[in-house]
Each structure stands twice: as structure tokens, then as C-alpha cells.
Design a protein around this ligand. Structure first.
Ligand SMILES: Nc1nc2c(ncn2[C@@H]2O[C@H](COP(=O)(O)OP(=O)(O)OP(=O)(O)O)[C@@H](O)[C@H]2O)c(=O)[nH]1
Ligand SMILES: [Mg+2]
Length: 210
């Protein structure tokens, strides 16, 4: 049984106004094309095929929203960046879509940035970090495809990430294929979602409903 039995695909937004209503709480997954975002979502939600995965980079071209439960908790699969073969106008469109999303989204509680552990963190990953951090959102670096490197190489990448983002973000090793680090990632996800639900306005409402 899935840890999120009510998880389901909601919609894909090509334009900012098509996004799911900005209430409830959500955690977004960003990363390069083909880094393993959709695979990570499926492993963490424990639902094979919830987010579409592909060997061909550039599969996720929309902001895809998934409900995790009936209480307004969501996951968001953001379009992958850094895929050179995408025509320039489409790349620019994605960039402005991501900027609009990060600039305005109130229900965004935190960001997972998915990194292929073999490639390391790039400029666009750091840009995603800046988008989230500048709005006070928590960031978690998910160094995935750990099954593709030795333990030593994986730990070296993890140490470097923790050193660079010492107090400002968390990081872990992960593999969707080998299912390593899944429990840890799920805990971080749940903590982000819980932190997003404790907004002052929510507490006032909760206090009034007793
Ligand atoms: N070995 C290994 N392969 C993985 C892992 N995670 C993903 N992959 C493979 O990497 C490829 C891309 O995975 P996706 O999850 O579709 O990547 P994505 O980041 O969602 O890609 P886009 O939607 O195109 O941006 C697929 O062939 C996956 O099977 C992993 O942990 N280990
Ligand atoms: Mg994808």
C-alpha cells in the first residue's frame, strides 16, 4: 500500500494562471532534465508511474501538480532545465514560467533540488536554490542515481554539498532504482509540508474553529 494512498495527478500548467489554486501546501521538485525528478517522486510517494519518467530528456515540459491526500498537500514536478536541444523560445518560456512560480507561489513550503550525483551541482541548480532561499523556503539537495557511483564517490559528493550549504540547506544521497534514502527523503518532505501548514493565518483559523 502506498504511503500516500490518495496520491493522484491533478494537472499540468503551461502558463502561470493554469496552476492549481494557491492554497494548501506543496513541495516542488526541480532539477536538470533527466536528473531523475519524476523517478524520485514515484519512489518517495511509493507509486510507480504517478509521475511520467523517460529515458529521453525534457519529458516534463509542464508544471505538473500531484495531490498527496485529500487535505490539500501536494507535490509539484517542475520542468527540467539545461537540455540544450530544446528550442530557445521554449527554454525562455520555461524560464519565465519557473520565475513566475517561484516569485508568487504562497503554498510553496520547500524545494527538493534533484542532482545526478555523477554531475554535481550546476549554475542552474544554484539559481533554483536562490529562487527558493530568497523567499525563505527550505531547500533539500537530493543527490540521486547513487547506485551509479561507489560509496566513496557518493559520500564525497554529499560532504561537498553539505559544506557549501552548511546551515542553509539539507542534503542526502538517494537512488530511485536501488530505493536508497527513500525513508530519509520522505521524512524531509513531510517536515516541509508540516512547516508550511503552520502559517500564522492557519493558526488563527484553527483557534477560531475550536
Ligand atoms: N540508475 C538510476 N537511474 C535513474 C535513477 N533515477 C532515474 N533514473 C533514470 O534516469 C532517467 C531519467 O529519469 P526521470 O525520472 O524521467 O528524470 P526527470 O528529471 O524527471 O527528467 P525530465 O522530466 O525529462 O526533466 C530514466 O531513464 C530513469 O530510469 C536512479 O536513481 N538510478
Ligand atoms: Mg520528469
Amino acid at each position: 500500500m502506498s504511503v500516500f494512498p490518495h496520491a493522484r495527478y491533478l494537472l499540468g500548467a503551461h502558463e502561470p494562471h493554469q496552476c492549481v489554486a494557491d492554497d494548501g501546501v506543496e513541495v516542488a521538485f526541480a532539477g536538470r532534465s533527466n536528473s531523475g525528478k519524476s523517478s524520485a517522486i514515484n519512489a518517495i510517494v511509493q507509486r510507480h508511474g504517478l509521475a511520467r519518467t523517460s529515458k529521453a530528456p525534457g519529458q516534463t515540459q509542464l508544471i505538473n501538480f500531484f495531490a498527496l491526500d485529500l487535505a490539500g498537500r501536494r507535490l509539484v514536478d517542475l520542468p527540467g532545465y539545461g537540455f540544450a536541444k530544446v528550442p530557445r523560445p521554449l527554454q525562455n518560456h520555461w524560464k519565465s514560467l519557473l520565475e513566475a512560480y517561484f516569485g508568487r507561489r504562497e503554498s510553496l513550503a520547500g524545494l527538493f533540488i534533484i542532482i545526478d550525483v555523477r554531475r554535481g551541482i550546476g549554475d542552474q541548480d544554484r539559481q533554483m536554490y536562490q529562487f527558493a532561499a530568497s523567499r525563505g523556503r527550505a531547500v533539500h539537495w537530493l543527490l540521486t542515481k547513487a547506485d551509479k557511483v561507489s560509496n566513496q564517490e557518493g559520500l564525497a559528493a554529499l560532504r561537498a554539498t553539505r559544506k557549501e550549504f552548511a546551515d542553509s540547506a539539507t542534503a542526502q544521497l538517494f537512488s530511485a532504482t536501488a530505493k536508497t534514502g527513500v525513508d530519509e527523503a520522505r521524512k524531509v518532505l513531510k517536515a516541509m509540508l508540516a512547516s508550511g501548514q503552520k502559517k500564522p493565518a492557519d493558526s488563527v483559523l484553527a483557534a477560531g474553529s475550536d
